[in-house]
Write a protein that binds this ligand. Structure first.
Ligand code: FAD
Length: 660
């Protein structure tokens, strides 16, 4: 008898709990469906597959657009593969199976549909999770077309954000551009997110091919038939990444020092949810507000982002755990702040849908929201680029700030320790991310896309959005936000424990100088830091840092202000050159200290190139900066007014942090 099949095609939804694809495939209306075939395709556009024996790529290597880093580095490759095999185990425990294939998702799927047809089966539909980024949307369109050619409908389920798009209090295209109004409208909803779907109690059988036959054709059928497992696949995926400067560490396994020491998969994700929200009396979430700015250990924040990014847990499952916690312990600030952060995730997702391909352009969302300002920042000379002729190696003492940033050798320990953590573990705290991004884009003025691509390559939890925001081309109402890494280091790593963990070569430095080792007398530096292991001068030094070389006041460790105002005002104070200037005569200091004037646009040393740029957009820059400032002030005032009205001012919401 012909079998009636639904094919569930999984991308970033590697879970059984609260997965609309499984839920809907097993609903009562689907009684005529006899079998469900879950499929995962390692897609060569996102992850390099050339390490698979005999694999022939159809397109180019899986590298980032601009900088040509591997798109999926070793940490995410490992985490993803673990997640795929964990899902297969869970399906097997329920009598089902996960078909694992390699290639182009649309092609592999269409081939499988054809093979099932050839077996005399009927494929009723293919179910897929709707994604938010334009590249994935384009693949979805190709898949729809390929399936149309074989007469099979594609059914899409929107389940990535916490808030279902049809529950939004505004049309997705009309979402507020700035976070606070977005959040406030969402917070007025009667319920934050729908209830999660349970795992179907009885999984429909997997449509196995006729007796003895290989699983359906397509690359990887042989691997499956050979019963090769996780280790073999992982080895193949890691093989091409071995030679690169930036990805070696991840190939060697999980780093014991990592703040994210977890294996990939729904099993680990649910254990983490259980531990963070339910275990202990009270569980760790009851200290979230106090600890979330931490840097060391796994407990300071939820550590759910990698699981969320690959869909190993749904945000609705997290909210439901949070609600259980609140029922037991009462509604508190801690729970509020976890929700608040999850709304940031939704905000970036919906912004990605609204702004589409502007997610990847130099001018970012601002090209739409503030074209004049974006125009200024897209002029040649505004951003510095990375001269890729210089090979990326670990042992260079590069003149290029971009290279030093990637190496974790800028000479600014708080930045470098965070970069070391990223490179050696695939994770970085939120505090660290804000600082290294600000350092790259605001201090060193390097094209933000380099940072975004470097993160894409290294992070286990990579998602778009934050880089635009931090570098001032997204929707930050205070685009001038700039971090002072010396002050931040003093505040959040006052004893240098974090720096010593990731930069052991600085272990002997006294606490008083660990954030600014260049202030030591050269002989002291030479005595305390093993030769050649760390730069004796920072790649750039801002005048605003100097006030913090000698630490004053209490440390911020344990203080819940994640978004405090930073002293150093930002680049949107545009000088006559059309470039940012530092306040109170710091301009010349800045260019003199940084010693890096590849774009020749800084301060007193402005070159002919600078003058040309100045002439080109002097008028517009002054005007747009004024408008930008007015806009920022307006939004800040508005948000503060709202905070006062809601009584949230003084409860963690201040003029400084209300916008983030
Ligand atoms: C420059 C920069 C790059 C970043 N890149 C990423 C990224 O690639 N992927 C990613 O998931 N997060 C990113 N973030 C946001 C944030 O740093 C991480 O989500 C967070 O550090 C993950 O740790 P956690 O799960 O313990 O977070 P928690 O503090 O426990 O927060 C709970 C959840 O809220 C969400 N969340 C929190 N902050 C943000 C935010 N700013 N934007 C979006 N979602 C947020 C995450 O899903 C997170 O798991 C970035 C932030 C910056 C400043």
């Amino acid at each position: 008898m012909a079998r009636n099949i639904i094919l569930t095609l999984h991308r970033n939804d590697l879970r059984l709990t609260d997965n609309a694809l499984f839920h809907c495939a097993h609903e009562r209306e689907q009684d005529d469906v006899t079998h469900v075939l879950p499929l995962f395709v390692f897609d060569e556009r996102f992850i390099e597959l050339s390490g698979l024996p005999g694999y022939e790529r159809e397109g180019p290597e899986a590298r980032t657009r601009l900088c040509k880093f591997w798109r999926t580095g070793a940490f995410r490759a490992r985490f993803l593969t673990e997640g795929v095999f964990d899902m297969r185990n869970s399906l097997r425990q329920r009598g089902s199976e996960l078909l694992i294939r390699y290639g182009l998702m649309e092609k592999v799927t269409a081939d499988i549909v054809k093979a099932m047809r050839a077996n005399g089966d009927k494929v009723k539909a293919v179910y897929l999770q709707e994604e938010f980024y334009s590249e994935e949307k384009a693949i979805e369109r190709k898949l729809r077309k390929a399936l149309k050619e074989v007469g099979v409908p594609l059914v899409i389920y929107d389940q990535v954000p916490l808030i279902h798009p049809s529950d939004l209090p505004f049309a997705p295209a009309a979402m507020p551009d700035v976070f606070t109004p977005f959040r406030k409208r969402i917070e007025n909803l009667p319920h934050l997110g729908r209830a999660p779907h349970p795992i179907p109690p009885n999984f429909k059988p997997f449509p196995r091919p006729p007796d003895g036959a290989d699983l359906y054709p397509g690359y990887g059928a042989q691997i499956e038939a050979d019963h090769r497992g996780l280790d073999f696949v992982l080895q193949c995926l890691l093989r091409p990444l071995q030679d690169t400067f930036q990805l070696r560490a991840g190939s060697e396994g999980r780093n014991q020092r990592s703040a994210f020491p977890y294996a990939g998969g729904e099993t680990a994700a649910l254990q983490r949810v259980e531990w963070y929200f339910k275990q202990g009396g009270p569980p760790p979430v009851s200290r979230y507000k106090e600890t979330r700015n931490g840097l060391l250990g796994h407990a300071y924040s939820t550590k759910l982002s990698p699981f969320l990014c690959l869909g190993m847990v749904s945000p609705r499952t997290i909210i439901s755990a949070l609600e259980e916690y609140e029922e037991k312990y009462g509604s508190q600030q801690n729970a509020y702040w976890v929700r608040f952060e999850l709304l940031w995730r939704d905000y970036f997702l919906f912004a990605a849908r609204k702004f589409g391909s502007k997610l990847f352009t130099l001018g970012g969302f601002e090209e739409v929201t503030d074209p004049k300002q974006a125009h200024v920042k897209m002029q040649p000379g505004w951003w510095k680029s990375w001269n890729q002729d210089e090979p990326l190696k670990d042992d260079v003492n590069s003149e290029q700030a971009a290279v030093r940033w990637m190496q974790g050798k800028t000479g600014v320990p708080f930045v470098d320790a965070n970069m070391a953590e990223l490179r050696e573990s695939g994770f970085m705290s939120n505090r660290g991310r804000q600082n290294v991004a600000s350092f790259l884009t605001k201090d060193c003025q390097i094209d933000w896309r380099l940072g975004a691509e470097f993160f894409e390559s290294h992070l286990i939890d990579y998602e778009f959005g934050n880089w635009q925001y931090v570098s001032g081309v997204g929707n930050d109402a205070r685009a001038s936000r700039q971090f002072n890494p010396v002050k931040q280091g003093n505040d959040y790593d006052p004893h240098g424990d974090y720096i010593r963990t990731w930069l052991p070569q600085l272990s002997s430095l006294p606490n008083s100088r660990i954030q600014c080792p260049w202030t030591l007398p050269p002989t002291e530096f030479a005595r305390l830091v093993p030769e050649g292991t760390y730069p004796c001068k920072p790649v750039i030094e801002q005048p605003g840092w100097k006030a913090h070389y000698v630490r004053k006041g209490p440390s911020k460790q344990g203080v819940p202000n994640r978004n405090e105002r930073v002293r150093n005002p930002g680049r949107l104070i545009v000088g006559k050159s059309g470039r940012s200037i530092e306040p109170s005569g710091s301009d010349s200091d800045h260019s003199a200290e940084s010693g890096s004037t590849d774009d020749g646009l800084q301060g007193a040393g402005a070159t002919a190139a600078a003058k040309a740029v100045q002439k080109q957009f002097n008028h517009v820059s002054v005007q747009t900066v004024r408008e930008g400032r007015q806009r920022e002030t307006r939004v800040a005032g508005q948000a503060l007014g709202e905070a006062k009205k809601n009584g949230t001012q003084g409860k963690g919401v201040t003029k400084e942090n209300v916008l983030y």
